[in-house]
Ligand binder design. Structure first.
Ligand code: TYC
Length: 113
């Protein structure tokens, strides 16, 4: 057994210990996708109603909610927030439900970021 280690030629760090090539595993999880929730403009839904939605469902301050509502009104659509899939889906369903209850044609959609 004398000197058995020294008989082995030097190899690169990655393989000299056991002659097994060990590779790092590929990551098996990825970050969950994120989704923008959007409100679309229409000609009938009252401005105050959209502001109330942005405050009540999307937790905006009234000043910011008014700015976002006016952006939707002038540009056709606007972002209410960005969430994981389940939360985005729930917000869309809540907005569509409240709009329907009040018979407003307000539309709310989501898109992957
Ligand atoms: N355009 C509407 C009006 O003039 C206001 C409005 C804003 C409607 C935003 C929908 O997502 C909307 N009463």
């Amino acid at each position: 057994m004398k000197g058995h280690m020294s008989e082995r030629r030097h190899k690169p760090d990655s393989s000299q210990d056991s002659d097994l090539l060990v590779e790092e595993a590929r990551p098996r999880l990825k970050e969950p996708s994120r989704y923008r929730v959007l409100l679309l403009n229409d000609d009938y839904t009252p401005m105050y109603f959209v502001v109330d939605i942005l405050v009540g469902i999307f937790n905006m301050e009234r000043i910011q909610a008014t700015q976002v509502m006016l952006e939707i009104h002038t540009r056709g659509k606007g972002i209410c927030g960005t969430y994981n899939y389940e939360i985005a889906e729930t917000k869309v369903a809540q907005v569509m439900g409240i709009a329907k209850q009040h018979q407003h044609p307000l539309l709310c959609t989501m898109e992957e970021t």
